[in-house]
Design a protein around this ligand. Structure first.
Ligand code: NAD
Length: 349
């Protein structure tokens, strides 16, 4: 693998590797940008076919964290860590302790958190060896589950879009189709239902869809039918890239605003939405509530402050929409532009 060319492609300066034979640890910490503050981002522990795949995932994700933190106005840069699964039997606690020491050696330059394949218990192990960890159990002063904050931010983003595109000052009677009612999707349905919105949902897991039907009066449709729903807002809250050549022409919604990461299959799909007059709330702008909540833990967790900062996602989305209108530019490009401006104007730390 052409390592340094790969780093250049993702606009990188810093990647750390750690091997500890005794515990089986093989870890990568990618630090994309620290102009706004120490890098913050989760720790992944999932299967990768190759070491190269693991590295590329870390590079890609850490870069995304820089953008998300900058747009949310957080004093953090972007980082991400990846642990490769040891091929032989391993002691999970020992492995995470060794990883914690690695994080500690970086002396706060990188702050870790939960991500796919890691959980509260792992964060508690890390906490026993380093202070540079967030997402620990609320009983230890941590911020706990980020999903309700992510959902709150998405609801605020939807409100901004609905005001702009539909000229409506509330969500009462607004029809939202939610794809995926897992952790965030469920809380989003609750937020929207409380504001008087009408819901249609789809989920791979029928029990989750039924729960939304039971608790919020949501109509349940088949997985693929969610793209055809005659609604005001399409809210992707599942996995994968829901906005692509097949799905975009089918959308009847005039707004796309949801929690899922990487919603655009390719950047050009953001241009496609713009050309069709569909307002797209860029994913990393609207789904930052969970990150805002975790970042609050770095300076001493305070739920009220997290909530107040998450509510401001409304202003961020509105700023993007206003600029997009003024420049006649797709919203995803405007969001990137705002980030570049913020990074360029950061004072050296
Ligand atoms: P989750 O796994 O709890 O929920 C995802 C749900 O989507 C599950 O119920 C799953 O059954 C369903 N699903 C999967 N494929 C589907 C499909 N094709 N159609 C319909 N439903 C489908 O995950 P989550 O934590 O709720 O996160 C949802 C999305 O939001 C992910 O893209 C995640 O990266 C993103 N996100 C989450 C957070 C957070 O705070 N959890 C923060 C930012 C972004």
């Amino acid at each position: 693998m052409d390592l340094f060319a790969r780093l250049d492609a993702y606009d990188y300066g810093e990647v750390h590797f750690k091997r500890d034979k005794a515990t089986g640890l093989m870890a990568i910490v990618a630090i994309h940008d620290t102009r706004l503050g120490p890098a913050l981002g989760g720790c992944r522990f999932i299967h990768y076919d190759t070491e190269q795949d693991a590295l590329v995932d870390a590079l890609r994700l850490a870069r995304g964290m820089t953008y998300k933190a900058a747009l949310a106005g957080l004093p953090h840069g972007g980082g991400k860590s990846v642990l490769l699964r040891p091929p032989q039997h391993f002691d999970r606690v020992a492995l995470f302790r060794a990883f914690g020491k690695f994080v500690d050696d970086l002396r706060g330059h990188y702050i870790t958190a939960e991500d796919s394949g890691t959980g509260l218990e792992d964060m508690d192990v890390l906490r026993s060896v380093t202070r540079w960890v967030t997402g620990v159990d609320p009983s230890h002063g941590g911020s706990g589950d980020p999903s309700p904050f992510t959902a709150l931010g998405v609801r605020r983003g939807i409100e901004a879009c609905v005001g702009k595109r539909l000229a409506r000052s509330s969500l009462a009677g607004v029809h939202v189709a939610v794809q995926g009612v897992g952790h965030v999707g469920y809380h989003l349905c609750k937020e929207l239902h409380d504001e008087g919105a009408t819901l249609t949902v789809a989920d791979v897991d029928p029990l989750k869809a039924e729960r939304a039907q039971r608790e919020f009066g949501a109509q349940v449709v088949a997985l693929d039918a969610i793209f055809d729903v005659d609604c005001d807002v399409f809210a992707p809250c599942a996995l994968g890239s829901p906005l692509n050549d097949d799905t975009i022409p089918r959308l009847k919604a005039r707004i796309v605003a949801g929690a899922a990461n990487n919603q655009l299959a390719l950047p050009r799909h953001g241009d496609d939405l713009h050309a069709r007059g569909i307002l797209y709330a860029p994913d990393y702008a609207i789904n930052a509530g969970g990150l805002i909540n975790v970042a609050q833990e770095v300076v001493g967790y305070d739920e009220a402050k997290s909530r107040a900062k998450t509510l401001k996602i409304y202003d961020t989305i509105l700023e993007i929409l206003d600029r997009s209108e003024k420049l006649n530019a797709p919203t995803y490009k405007v969001a990137d532009m705002l980030v570049e401006e913020r990074l360029a104007s950061a004072r050296p730390r």
